[in-house]
Design a protein around this ligand. Structure first.
Ligand code: 3SL
Length: 239
């Protein structure tokens, strides 16, 4: 009998319904930039983040006096306090604070996965710490890529492939879905040159056109932090 647990990859929030209920842990990934920004926020001392899927919900929190980050199509939404750049969260004034965040795809992925037993946040920035923690859990794991408006993207898939490759390498996990096998092969082609590999990717181009090259470099740098954000009672907190 095979006692290994499963580690699988779902490419977009839209496909999550075909995977859900089979995995105790869901790792939500949005390398450019939501989950990288969330990791940066906790690394820099934010107390908690309330992720919301829509601008309307974000407005309601803003009206109640919360600090609210809101991004759509890579840009800060007018009327909110900040957007989705990891650098926005490297701010002394946010230490110990609770903030609300809505983004185009990342908070949508968190929203679709919110009923899973455990939801954690993954990025290249917290890769090793996250992989080490996942390897100790003895649970079935799904990497949920945020994609772009329910379409496949390369950067989240590569990060999911990195997590799968690590966990399979422990001997305690196996993958059977073709999406997981494809993610692993993409990671193996990209692991030593993320910037170059992603040069032509759609979201890298989109962010570059918005002069967000520094954000891209930051988000594609592995292991800047050991934080693992986890969803508890609708709020992200540090594990
Ligand atoms: O899709 C998202 O959630 C965002 O990360 C997109 S952006 O990088 O802020 O444009």
């Amino acid at each position: 009998m095979d006692h290994r647990k499963n580690i699988e990859v779902c490419f977009t929030p839209g496909e999550y319904e075909y995977f859900k209920d089979e995995y105790e842990i869901v790792v939500v990934i949005d390398v450019l930039r939501a989950t990288s920004a969330i990791c940066a926020a906790f690394h820099n001392g934010i107390k908690s983040i309330i992720p919301v899927a829509t601008i309307e919900e974000a407005r309601e929190y803003k009206a109640k006096g919360y600090l609210v980050g809101a991004e759509r199509k890579g840009q800060i939404v007018e009327g909110f306090d900040f957007g989705n750049s990891p650098y926005s969260y490297m701010n002394e004034a946010l230490r110990g604070k609770e903030v609300v965040l809505t983004t185009t795809n990342g908070t949508k992925a968190l929203d679709v996965a919110k009923d899973a037993d455990t939801v954690v946040v993954g990025s290249l920035n917290n890769l090793d710490a996250l992989c080490e923690w996942l390897a100790e859990q003895d649970k079935n794991i799904l990497c949920l890529c945020s994609g772009w408006q329910d379409k496949f993207n390369l950067e989240d898939t590569i990060c999911a492939g990195a997590i799968s490759e690590y966990l399979i390498g422990t001997g305690k996990f196996t993958s059977s879905e073709d999406s997981s096998i494809a993610a692993k092969y993409l990671y193996l082609s990209a692991w030593d040159r993320y910037m170059g590999f992603l040069k032509a990717s759609s979201h890298r181009r989109r962010l570059k056109n918005l002069n967000l090259n520094e954000d891209i470099k930051y988000c594609l740098t592995p292991n800047l932090t050991n934080v693992i954000p986890i969803l508890r009672d609708g709020k992200l907190v540090k594990l």
